[in-house]
Design a protein around this ligand. Structure first.
Ligand SMILES: *Cc1c(COP(=O)(O)O)cnc(C)c1O
Length: 386
């Protein structure tokens, strides 16, 4: 074993989530699997082929380099859509490879047209509208001009979608803002339709919007976190559960796809009254058995989990003591019997009927599910399991 920890990707969990979500959203809604951030830490090379196997043929990435990776792993001509960064220099490559991309400024629109002209083909674009997120997107006041430019160049442009993104659909405290975004979006889409511009799809929903607001489903949804078996936040889970009927006890319909495991590196007995690790953040009260675990902040195990985090050994939660180091941490296994060097350590996942979830992990820090996952470095090997 040339690695200090490894990640397992559960094929059956991913299938379960895709089935549940597509069934919930309905068969007419295209499911775009969001695989930015290395597929939320799961690995594009794992998630894309599995999702394709279960019928997904639309993938969303943030940037051109992620699109390049998606292109490498797709097997059946699935659509690849760039929602964020692409340099004008990469536009030619995208157009050539039939990769669609968001357009939210004239500069990129012009670049799309120029490159499509040169290649004698059509650039596939998604026109992003500013509806209140205030990040990227065309303003309502720019719409007439943009419509005209696009209509003049229909020979070189295929408008795949008209889209926007919500500024926090997961939280009821943003309700008014999201509602206003929907209103403005609808008004802008009507203007575009009136102008006679032809486009293929309307798409606005991320996981939270698609789960909470049926009206946002439209022609396509862009689903990230939920397909990996996690809820955008607890509120979204409560919303989903409240819609379940018949069950006396609500069940979580999503299954966690990722597990992260390693093995005990070494064991040691420490007398009472000794500081463990760097500095003075942990003092033993009694004779203590420690296990070193070869995972540290370089691997994405947050240093804020020093003296706070937990891992599982023999199906029991054991506390991290002292500071999380760059490549390892120390856990207290005094209360476990017969722990051996090489025993399995679960950082995220199940062991002997107990679980450490990503959210239990994130709740102890300021990190979201999203961030905890996305920080898992690409160098940790990932294996697809059932
Ligand atoms: C990340 C992202 C999504 C997916 O969000 P989830 O909450 O993970 O479902 C959808 N749309 C855009 C534009 C995004 O950046």
């Amino acid at each position: 074993m040339f690695h200090s920890s490894y990640i397992e990707i559960s094929e059956s969990a991913l299938k379960n989530n895709l089935d549940y979500l597509r069934n919930r959203f309905g068969g007419d809604v295209i499911f775009s699997s969001v695989i930015k951030g290395n597929a939320y830490g799961h690995g594009i090379e794992n998630i894309l082929p599995l999702a394709e196997k279960y019928g997904v043929n639309h993938f969303s990435v943030f940037s051109a380099n992620e699109a390049l990776k998606a292109l490498k792993y797709r097997t059946n001509g699935s659509e690849i859509m760039i929602m964020g960064m692409i340099d004008n220099e990469q536009v030619e490559w995208a157009v050539e490879n039939g990769i669609s991309f968001y357009v939210f400024e004239k500069d990129r629109l012009n670049s799309a047209i120029e490159n499509a002209k040169r290649l004698k083909t059509k650039a596939k674009i998604h026109v992003e509208l500013e509806t209140g997120m205030y990040r990227t997107g065309f303003e309502e006041s720019e719409l007439d001009e943009i419509n005209e430019i696009i209509k003049k160049n229909t020979e070189f442009l295929s408008v795949e979608g008209i889209c926007t993104h919500f500024a926090g659909a997961e939280s009821i405290s943003n309700y008014l803002r999201v509602k206003n975004q929907m209103k403005l979006y609808s008004r802008m889409v009507r203007k575009i339709q009136k102008s006679g511009l032809i486009f293929k799809k309307c798409h606005v929903a991320c996981s939270a919007a698609a789960i909470r607001y049926k009206r946002t489903l439209m022609d396509m949804v862009r689903i990230g976190i939920a397909q990996y078996g996690m809820w955008p936040n607890r509120e979204t889970f409560m919303h989903d559960v409240s819609e379940q009927e018949g069950d006396e006890y609500a069940v979580d319909p999503l299954n966690r796809v990722i597990s992260w495991k390693t093995n005990v590196m070494s064991l040691k007995e420490i007398p009472a009254n000794r500081f463990v690790g760097y500095g003075t953040s942990y003092l033993t009260n009694t004779k203590t058995t420690i296990a070193t675990v070869p995972v540290g902040y370089v691997h994405g195990f947050n240093r804020n989990l020093s003296n706070l985090g937990k891992v599982m050994i023999h199906g029991k939660h054991v506390p991290v003591i002292g500071l999380v180091n760059m490549n390892m941490m120390v856990v207290d296994v005094t209360n476990l019997e017969n722990v051996q060097k090489g025993d399995e350590v679960v950082i995220i996942g199940n062991q002997d009927g107990n679980e450490l979830s990503v959210s239990s992990f994130s709740e102890l820090t300021n990190y979201l599910n999203y961030e905890t996952l996305a920080r898992l470095p690409e160098v940790i090997p990932r294996f697809v399991v059932d």
